[in-house]
Design a protein around this ligand. Structure first.
Ligand code: NAI
Length: 318
């Protein structure tokens, strides 16, 4: 991948802004990072440089060029206008707050030209809630990454009702070009797609734990040693397709049992405000992951996700 002279603008230089910067810089883009907090911008620049060097040393760095070369593709600016000058794509990464996102999108809207695409990293807020009054709202959408985006490639692209289809298409192509894995929702939907699936899984995990069927450790194991390895390569619908002679055959063979289990034994959606159950689960984790070891375990998780991402890249798509 050759050095790309096109410019990407990132607004907000926290965890997600830094990740997007490294991903775009790895793909050869010139990245300009803006933040309202100049000290944070300094920290972000230094983090990006040290993180890329660590990834390079560990063989985990993405894209082309050395860590130093990739770092020099990332510049910072304390002026939003300067950050957005001559850009063709803006990735907004400010905190998840409706008032703030509305304000920041209005500021971006005032500065950009007609062809610029502006995507929000929003994990919950839908684009229609903060772009409605923008002049360029048909060029605005949500492009939601998954933490840590450098190693988890999925990006959920969610249009507002007024987002142009060609803006979705161009963003999808860009995401693929930089090595992410985009999915396109046809319309806005609370929870987008990943969290809707995740909530379904959490709900049944919670209900099984609450009814005393399995320990928390064993419920987690069902996922990381059962569903997880399979889902790292194929999704639930393809699983059905492969576990019989096609998905139609699967439904003929297994629908009755699956529907029966759910109709007869599934409980209503649990309330996660259920602090006593949460305290019981946490007491179990106190022996394996006490609160003061959570940061270590996060690091452990990210190292393994990095190794998996590398393996999947080496294996290719098919
Ligand atoms: P963060 O708190 O780490 O970083 C936010 C940055 O925005 C800070 O550096 C802050 O100084 C800056 N900021 C605040 N107001 C600003 C303004 N008016 N203009 C420019 N910069 C401003 O937040 P994080 O975690 O990076 O999240 C950013 C977005 O990404 C949120 O919408 C969040 O929901 C989403 N997201 C977060 C994930 C996560 O796991 N942290 C995963 C996926 C999406």
């Amino acid at each position: 991948m050759a050095q790309n002279t096109k410019k990407i603008s990132i607004v907000g230089s926290g965890l997600i802004g830094q990740n997007w910067s490294m991903i775009f810089a790895g793909a050869g883009y010139n990245v300009c990072l803006f933040d309202v907090d100049p000290a944070q911008l300094e920290r972000a620049k230094s983090n990006i440089s040290s993180t890329l060097q660590r990834y390079e040393k560990d063989g985990l760095m993405r894209g082309t060029g050395t860590a130093v070369e990739q770092s020099t593709r990332v510049s910072t600016s304390t002026s939003l206008e300067e950050c957005l000058r001559s850009t063709f794509y803006v990735q907004e990464c400010v905190p998840e707050n409706l008032e703030l996102k509305t304000k920041v999108f209005a500021q971006i809207d005032n500065v950009i030209g007609d062809d610029v695409i502006v995507a929000s990293s929003s994990s919950c807020l839908v684009a229609s809630s903060f772009t409605e009054k923008c002049n360029h709202r048909d060029h605005m959408l949500v492009a939601h990454p998954i933490n840590p985006p450098y190693f988890i490639p999925l990006v959920e692209m969610v249009p507002a009702p007024w987002t142009k289809p060609e803006v979705m298409a161009t963003t999808r192509t860009l995401m693929e070009e930089i090595g992410q894995s985009p999915v396109s929702l046809k319309r806005e939907c609370p929870g987008f797609a990943l969290n809707r699936l995740q909530y379904a899984c959490i709900n049944e995990a919670w209900n099984m734990y609450q009814s005393g069927l399995l320990s928390a450790e064993d419920i987690d194991k069902v996922c990381y040693d059962g569903l997880g390895p399979r889902y790292a390569f194929i999704g639930p619908l393809e699983t059905m397709h492969l576990n019989a002679d096609g998905i139609v055959d699967y439904c003929k063979r297994y629908a009755e049992g699956a529907v029966d289990v759910q109709n007869k034994t599934f409980k209503p959606i649990p309330t996660l405000y259920d602090v006593p159950t949460a305290e019981k689960i946490q007491a179990e984790y106190n022996t394996t992951i006490p609160l003061d070891k959570i940061q270590n375990k996060r690091q452990w998780r990210d190292n393994r996700l990095a190794a998996l991402a590398k393996l999947k890249k080496e294996m290719g798509k098919s």
